[in-house]
Design a protein around this ligand. Structure first.
Ligand SMILES: Cc1ncc(COP(=O)(O)O)c(C=O)c1O
Length: 372
């Protein structure tokens, strides 16, 4: 990794660059493999929504034009679907960008930001890049500890990040826990509620948060990258009271969501059949992987998402490498302070079978090496 130039801002010099999953082509090249599967970035194993792909084709002839800076068509459809005021919506180059926009709009250097750990790394990374004073609150038994996060809030806290469900654990906070957290919160403190995996959750006590955005200091964000299968196009959206949205809009680059992404996302919204198939795939895959991991006596965290966090103990790096050498890319979690764990995305059934077969072989090699 190249060292950061000494002329960079002090807040930037201290940053650790985010490392994405290994790309398929790189794994093929490195291990001379004809077939590699990627179960490392919580993408949709079915591919993109077919309606989105058809809409993309229709948008290609207008590529010489700048995109609609207001995302008009997508905004109209989304506002109708969610029953929210169009002015309470914002779109981003992935929901990642909305994290940056919220920080840029609301957090001055030295202001307080509260995040959990381990959770989605971008909150802390971007908050530190802004020069925020970041308070990190550990998870408790792989779940957000909202009581501890609430206790960490001071009069200087401007923003609190909550991933619900969480990545990398796949756990969620309940309606009761969230209500207790929000009750009596100072209006000075905004809550960024990241629901990137919203569409996968079937738990009855998972909170439906959009109505709360009308009278609470809440920014709810969701993504087209996961359930809609559009990670490569980069589209996410946020819902909040219009003045909060106006602040984020003021610091937004005008053409942040490209025209292909806008067209595809608007079409994907109507692709109910694709969403149903995706949910079924994830439900069935989770059941299969749970059964197999239980049979291997590997502890894993109960997940409401399209991925599972698995405890392998010492030698997890070696097992991840063994999986990679067998053409299965998963995420080894030491970068999240979860040494000994792997995160695996639920794939197609064929991919899930291949992962389990490769895992058994990699565990066997580890046992042989340890016995030497
Ligand atoms: C919790 C969480 N939030 C946000 C994102 C970013 O998603 P997007 O592709 O919409 O930027 C991810 C992606 O993995 C995620 O896990």
């Amino acid at each position: 990794m190249t060292r950061i130039d000494s002329r960079a801002r002090a807040a930037v010099r201290g940053l650790t660059t985010y490392r994405p999953g290994v790309p398929i082509d790189e794994a093929k090249r490195r291990f001379k493999l004809a077939s590699v599967i990627k179960l490392a970035s919580n993408e949709n194993a079915l591919g993109p929504s077919p309606k989105a792909v058809a809409a993309l084709r229709g948008a290609v002839p207008s590529l010489h034009r700048y995109p609609d800076a207001t995302c008009r068509l997508l905004r109209e459809r989304m506002s109708r679907k969610l029953r929210v005021d169009p002015a309470s919506l914002i779109f981003g180059n992935g929901s990642d960008e909305l994290i940056v926009l919220a920080l840029r709009a609301f957090v001055d250097p030295g202001d307080g930001v509260v995040v959990a750990s381990p959770t989605f790394l971008i909150y802390e990374l971007q908050a530190r890049a802004c020069g925020a004073s970041v308070t990190v609150v550990p998870l408790r038994d792989y779940r957000y500890d909202l009581a501890a996060m609430r206790a960490a809030i001071t009069p200087h806290t401007k923003l609190v990040f909550i991933a619900n469900p969480d990545n990398p654990t796949g756990t969620y906070v309940t309606k009761r826990e969230l209500d207790a957290f929000l009750r009596g919160l100072s209006p000075q403190t905004l809550v960024f509620l990241d629901e990137a995996y919203y569409e996968f959750v079937e738990a009855p006590d998972y909170p439906q948060t959009l109505p709360s955005t009308e009278d609470r200091p809440l920014i709810v964000t969701r993504s087209f990258s996961k359930a809609y299968g559009l990670a490569g196009l980069r589209v996410g959206y946020g819902v909040a009271r219009p003045p909060l949205i106006a602040a984020m809009d003021a610091v937004r680059e005008p053409f942040n969501v490209n025209s292909l992404a806008q067209a595809a996302a608007a079409a994907a919204l109507d692709d109910a059949a694709f969403l149903t198939r995706t949910r079924r795939l994830v439900r069935d895959g989770r059941r299969y992987l749970t059964k197999e991991l239980d049979a291997l006596r590997l502890r894993h965290v109960p997940s409401v998402t399209n991925f599972l966090l698995v405890e392998l103990g010492p030698g997890a790096v070696r097992v991840a490498h063994g999986l990679l050498a067998r053409g299965v890319i998963v995420r080894e979690m030491s970068g999240w302070k979860l040494s000994g764990c792997l995160r695996v995305t639920i794939g197609t059934m064929a991919e899930n079978h291949r992962f389990i077969a490769a895992l058994k072989a990699a565990l066997k090699s580890r046992a042989t090496e340890e016995g030497r």
